[in-house]
Ligand binder design. Structure first.
Ligand code: GRF
Length: 219
């Protein structure tokens, strides 16, 4: 019997964008390791980019041996100029200049339409509310002030409209009596760390299944 033909799945690079602590980024990197994304899906987190040079998440990423780049948005004259450099930095993190996935993880920048278009379909975001409720900032304060009994987080595809796009995962937490924006944020954040890796893993599994599917034969 001839030896089995090895199935080659091209490596799908993942680049994560952060602005601060980077706990969602950590959850993604750890899920990739524990879930053996590279062996199972040919997917690897290759790098992290922050628009804030002092973002604590950058140091953690470096310690993990990941590429870590800081682009200080305050040094750019326009949003377009920043986004052009950001795209260049993201693409350079992939050996072929084209990462498969761009994951926004607490990345606090409004993106230009050109940037969104470049990564359309392969860029995801996590937002700390149950979208379509409370897009934008101060989600926890707004949920408390609105008298919501439940809050949560949403993983969605990124489109040109802020905090819109297909919803991929959501998690719900209760709003408890006496909650402040901080206590609610902490409760929501624990769930973000669960649903973001889960949403990504599901997409990777689907993409890998397509990549290794045998060619269709006409019968
Ligand atoms: C998260 O709540 C995220 O949803 C929001 O900002 C926070 C970032 O946290 N956009 P971290 O940097 O991932 O720890």
């Amino acid at each position: 019997m001839p030896p089995p033909v090895p199935m080659t799945v091209p490596t799908a690079s993942i680049v994560v964008l952060i602005s601060g602590q980077g706990s969602n980024m950590e959850a993604l990197v750890q899920a990739a390791r524990q879930g053996r994304w590279e062996q199972r899906f040919g997917a690897r987190v290759v790098g992290v980019v922050s628009n804030r040079p002092d973002a604590p998440g950058l140091a953690w990423a470096r310690q993990q041996g990941l590429q870590a780049a800081a682009l200080d948005h305050r040094h750019y004259p326009t949003r377009e100029a920043f986004d052009a450099d950001l795209a260049h930095t993201i693409d350079a993190m992939d050996p072929h200049g084209q990462p498969a996935w761009v994951l926004l993880a607490g990345f606090m920048r409004i993106l230009t339409p050109g940037f969104v278009q470049r990564y359309e379909g392969r860029m995801l975001n996590i937002h700390p509310s149950l979208l379509p409720a409370f897009p934008g900032l101060h989600t926890h304060r707004r949920a408390i002030e609105s008298g919501c009994r439940f809050a949560g987080a949403t993983v969605h595809r990124v489109t040109a409209e802020l905090d819109h796009g297909d919803i991929l995962e959501q998690a719900v937490v209760p709003v408890l009596p006496g909650d402040t924006p901080d206590t609610l944020a902490a409760r929501v954040l624990t769930q973000e760390h669960v649903i973001y890796p889960r949403a990504v893993e599901r997409l990777l599994a689907a993409a890998a299944a397509v990549a290794v599917a045998p060619p269709q034969r006409n019968v």
